[in-house]
Design a protein around this ligand. Structure first.
Ligand code: UD1
Length: 417
C-alpha cells in the first residue's frame, strides 16, 4: 500500500468530514508528559506522525491506548529516557519533547529532529529561548543534551514567530518557576490549541492567540479531557483540490474561523463559499479564475502548508500566477512532478515560481517527496486526463488519515495499492 492510483477528470461532489489537526495534536501529545494524571484526547488524527509521537511517549514510560475513539494518555509513570534515534530523526515534531521533558525532569536527551525536506529547519530559536530560562545545552555523540538546575521564567523575544519555538517555550514555561513572557510569539491556531489544552489542565496563560503570551509557571497540571480541533490544512487541501476538478463539496467540520485567508483566496479564484458552524459549502467555477500573485505568510496570512496545493491547481487556472514562498527556503519540490504532467512552471528564484495555466494536465507516474507536495500531486492528478500512479504515499500518510477514502467520498476515482 505505498502508492496511489488516480483516474482523473471526475468533478468532486459530496460531503467529507475533516479529520483532527496534526499540528495541534503533536505538541498536545508531548504536553501530556507535563501532567500528573490521565488525559483523554478526542479527535486525534490517525496519521503516522501521531503514531510516531505516541510511540515516543511510550518509550518515555507513558501508558497510551485508544478507548472508544478517545486517546487516553497516562503519564504518571513517565521517566527520563532517550527515544530511539530513528523515531526522533523521522519527524520534526520530536523537538516538542525538548520543552516537555525539560518541564518535567529539568533534563532532556534527544537526537536531532527530522521531518519533511522543505528547508534547513534549524532549531536555534528553540535553544536560544530555552537558554534564557536557564537551560544549558551540549552535544554528545551527535545528540542534544539539555539540562537546567532550575527552570526559571524569563522575558523572551523571538526574532521570528516560529510555531515550534513558541510551543516549546510554552511547554517549558508552564513548569518553570515564575512568569514567562513570550514576545513575538506565533499566533497560529495550533499554538492557541496548545494553550487551551494546558489551561484545561490548570496552567495559567494569558494572551492566547496574540503575539505576546504570558505564562505563570509552576501550577500543578492535572489530566484533562480535550478535543483536538479540525485540521485547517486538510480542509484547505480538499477545498483547493476542487479547483482542479470542478463540482461542489461540503467540508464538514472545516474550521472556517481559522481559514479566513484560505477562504478569501478560494473566492478570489472564483468559488462561491457558504460557511456556517457545521463547515463550508463550496461551488467551483468551470476553471479557476485569475490570480496574479500569492504570497505565503505567518498566521493570519496564507499558510505555507497550502502553497504546493495552490500551485498544483494554478497549473490549470486562467492566466499567470506568481507564487512567493516566504516561510521555507526550499518548498518547490513538487515542480518537477507537475511539469511531468504538462504544467508550465518557471522557477524565478529559490523563493518564487511563475505558473502559466494550461487547459489540462495529463496523468503520469509521479513521486511524492514530502507531505504537502504529495497532496498537491494528488490534487493535480484528480483533475488530469488519464491515470496517475503516485509513489511515496508514506509521506502523505504523515498528515492525512486517508486521502484516498476522503476523495472517494467526494466521488474521485482514487485507490491506494
Ligand atoms: C510548523 C508546522 C508546519 C508549518 C510551519 C509554518 C508543526 C508540527 N509543523 O513547523 O506544518 O509549515 O509551522 O507554519 O506544527 N526557523 C529557524 N529557527 C528555528 C525555528 C524555525 O530559523 O529555531 C525557521 C524555519 O527554518 C522556517 C521558519 O522559521 O524557515 C518557520 O518555522 P517554524 O514556524 O518553526 O515551523 P515549524 O514549527 O517547524
Amino acid at each position: 500500500m505505498d502508492s496511489i492510483r488516480v483516474q482523473g477528470g471526475t468533478p468532486l461532489q459530496g460531503i467529507v468530514k475533516i479529520q483532527g489537526s496534526k499540528n495541534a495534536a503533536l505538541p498536545i501529545l508531548a504536553a501530556c508528559l507535563l501532567t500528573n494524571g490521565q488525559t483523554y484526547l478526542e479527535n486525534v488524527p490517525k496519521i503516522s506522525d501521531a503514531y510516531g509521537m505516541i510511540h515516543m511517549l511510550e518509550e518515555l514510560g507513558c501508558l497510551v491506548r485508544w478507548e472508544r475513539g478517545l486517546l487516553k494518555v497516562d503519564s504518571g509513570e513517565a521517566r527520563l529516557g532517550v527515544v530511539s534515534a530513528k523515531l526522533a530523526a523521522s519527524m520534526r515534531s520530536s523537538i516538542f519533547l525538548l520543552g516537555a521533558l525539560l518541564g518535567r525532569f529539568r533534563k532532556a536527551v534527544l537526537d536531532y529532529p527530522g521531518g519533511c525536506v522543505i528547508g534547513k529547519r534549524p532549531i536555534d530559536l528553540h535553544l536560544k529561548a530555552l537558554g534564557k530560562m536557564g537551560v544549558r545545552f551540549q552535544e554528545k555523540e551527535g545528540r542534544l543534551e539539555a539540562s537546567a538546575d532550575e527552570l526559571r521564567g524569563a522575558d523572551v523575544e523571538l526574532g521570528f514567530p516560529s510555531v515550534g519555538a513558541t510551543e516549546n517555550l510554552i511547554l517549558a514555561a508552564v513548569a518553570a518557576k515564575g512568569r514567562t513572557t513570550v514576545k513575538g510569539a506565533a499566533r497560529e491556531p495550533e499554538v492557541q490549541a496548545l494553550c487551551e489544552f494546558l489551561k484545561s489542565c490548570g496552567a495559567f496563560i494569558q494572551g492566547t492567540g496574540t503575539n505576546e503570551i504570558k505564562i505563570e509557571g509552576g501550577k500543578p497540571l492535572s489530566g484533562a479531557r480535550f478535543r483536538i480541533p479540525a485540521d485547517r490544512i486538510v480542509a484547505g487541501t480538499y477545498l483547493f483540490t476542487g479547483f482542479a476538478t470542478g463540482g461542489n463539496v461540503f467540508l464538514e467540520d472545516a474550521p472556517v474561523s481559522h481559514m479566513e485567508a484560505v477562504c478569501h483566496l478560494a473566492e478570489r479564484m472564483g468559488a462561491s463559499l457558504v460557511a456556517d458552524q457545521e463547515g463550508v459549502y463550496v461551488q467551483y467555477p468551470e476553471r479557476a479564475g485569475e490570480l496574479p500573485f500569492l504570497r505565503t505568510d505567518v498566521y493570519p496570512g496564507f499558510p505555507t502548508d497550502l502553497q504546493s496545493i495552490v500551485l498544483a491547481v494554478r497549473c490549470t487556472g486562467t492566466g499567470t500566477t506568481l507564487i512567493r514562498e516566504t516561510i521555507f527556503e526550499d518548498r518547490f519540490h513538487v515542480v518537477d512532478g507537475l511539469r511531468n504532467m504538462g504544467a508550465q512552471i518557471r522557477i524565478v528564484d529559490g523563493r518564487s515560481v511563475l505558473v502559466n495555466g494550461v487547459e489540462r494536465l495529463r496523468g503520469t507516474r509521479a513521486e511524492a517527496m514530502e507531505l504537502r507536495g504529495g497532496a498537491a500531486l494528488v490534487a493535480a492528478a484528480a483533475g488530469a486526463s488519464g491515470e496517475t500512479i503516485l509513489s511515496g504515499k508514506q509521506f502523505i500518510d504523515r498528515g492525512y488519515e486517508n486521502i484516498c477514502r476522503d476523495l472517494r467520498e467526494l466521488g474521485a476515482r482514487i485507490v491506494s495499492e
